[in-house]
Design a protein around this ligand. Structure first.
Ligand SMILES: [Zn+2]
Length: 91
């Protein structure tokens, strides 16, 4: 496997921090950015969050029940170092 250059590693790290910052904003807001329903934690995997309207009828929950299905979901799983970086940026 080809090694990444330093510039590529820096870019990849920054892209991940940006993604984590966006996810953190969703959690702080508590709303799905696509449909506006609430977000819920899926406890089957650490850091997994889903829109309340995700899934078929019977799997939706809270304010997502009966809404058009929404597939928004993400993993918010920062390492301790990434958490520190987010805090340094005031997020
Ligand atoms: Zn949604």
């Amino acid at each position: 496997m080809a090694r990444l250059t330093k510039a590529e590693r820096v870019a990849a790290k920054e892209a991940r921090i940006q993604r984590l910052a966006e996810e953190h904003a969703h959690l702080k807001n508590g709303k799905c950015p696509r449909c506006g329903c609430g977000l819920r934690r899926n406890n089957s995997m650490t850091g997994w969050f889903q829109c309340n309207a995700l899934g078929a009828v019977g799997f939706q929950t809270g304010d997502g029940i009966g809404k058009p299905a929404c597939d928004f979901q993400f993993f918010f799983d920062p390492t301790p170092a990434e958490r520190e970086e987010l805090e340094r940026r005031g997020l």
